[in-house]
Design a protein around this ligand. Sequence first.
Ligand SMILES: Nc1nc2c(c(=O)[nH]1)N[C@H]1C(S)=C(S)[C@@H](COP(=O)(O)O)O[C@H]1N2
Ligand SMILES: [Mo]
Length: 330
Amino acid sequence: MLIKIKKASDVSEHQVTDQAVYLNRRQFMRNSALSIAALSGTSNVLAGLQEGNLITPPASLAPYFNNIKETSFGMGEKVAPFDVATTYNNFYEFGYGKGDPAKRAENFKPDPWNITVEGEADIVGTFALEDIIKEHQLEERIYRLRCVEAWSMVVPWVGISLGEVLKKFKPNSKAKYVYFETLYDPSQFPGQNGGNIKWPYREGLRIDEAMNDLAFLSVGMYGSVLPNQNGAPIRLVVPWKYGFKSIKSIVKIRFVETMPETTWNLLAPQEYGFYANVNPGVDHPRWTQKQERRLPGGLLFPNVIDTQMFNGYQEEVADLYKGMSLVKNY
Ligand SMILES: Nc1nc2c(c(=O)[nH]1)N[C@H]1C(S)=C(S)[C@@H](COP(=O)(O)O)O[C@H]1N2
Ligand SMILES: [Mo]
C-alpha cells in the first residue's frame, strides 16, 4: 500500500471538496462527451463543462491523452470550474482584457507546432511537439496558480516534468539558465501589432529551478489538450512563482550562461523581478501581496484567502534560495 505523507503544500481539511466528483469527471472526459452532458448540473465542479467545451487532441497526440498518469499533486484541492479557467485569462497577445483571449483565440493554429532548442546543450535543433512528448507519459498535476495581480485559481494540468524534458537535450556546464519564447506571429496574435511589450513574450528560469520536480511543461488541462487561450499547444507552469513566469505557446527553448531578459522585468524592473517567487512578505509597489482572491468568486463573495510563501510549495523549493535575499531578489 502506498502511504502518502502529508506535505505542507497539501491542502488543509477545510479546503477539501469532493475529490470523487473531480475523479468522476476526469473519468468520463476520457469516455464520451455525451456522458458529460448527462452529468452536468450534478455539482458545481461539473457546472462549467458542456459538450462544446471538449477539445479533441490532434491525431498525433491522441494516444498520449488516452494514457494520462494520475498523481497525488494537489489531491483534495478544489479545482476551478473549466469555464472560469478558460474565460478569465492573461494572454496579452490576444488583448489586455481578461475575456479577450477566450474571444479572440478561436482561430489560433496550435497544430502542427515546432519547438527550436538552442544554446548550451549537446542536442539542439527543431522538433515537432510530438517529438518532445514521446518517450514520456503524460501526467496530471493539480496546481495552484497565483497571479501577481493577486487572484488565483486551481488548475488540473496535463503535461511532463520540465526537468525530464530538458535533460534529454543534454545541457552543458555553461547552461546556467534556460530561456523561453512565445510564438511571434502578429497575423495570429493581434496584440503583437503594438503595445509596450517587446514581442515575443519571453521568460526564463535558473537551471536548478527548471530542474526542480515541480516545474512543469503543460500540454493540456482538464484531461484534454490546452484551449488556445490557455497557451496551446505547450506552456510552462511554475506553481511557486507568479503566473507571468508560466509562459504560453512556447516555440523556443535556449540554454544560456547569463540571466536572460524576461518580458515583465523589461517592462517594469522595479515592479517585476526575474525570480518572481510568490511572497506575501514582499508587496508589489502598488498593492499588497499578503492576500489573494481565489477564483471563482464575485463582488459579494470575493473569496479572499491569505497568500502563502512560495504559494504553499516551500517544502519543495525553499532550498533553491538558501542564503539569498528574497527581498532584493523579488
Ligand atoms: N505568452 C504569454 N504567456 C503568458 C502571459 C501572456 O500575456 N503571454 N500571461 C501570463 C500571466 S500574467 C498569467 S497569470 C498566466 C495566466 O495563465 P491562464 O490564462 O492559463 O490562467 O499566463 C502567463 N503566461
Ligand atoms: Mo499574471
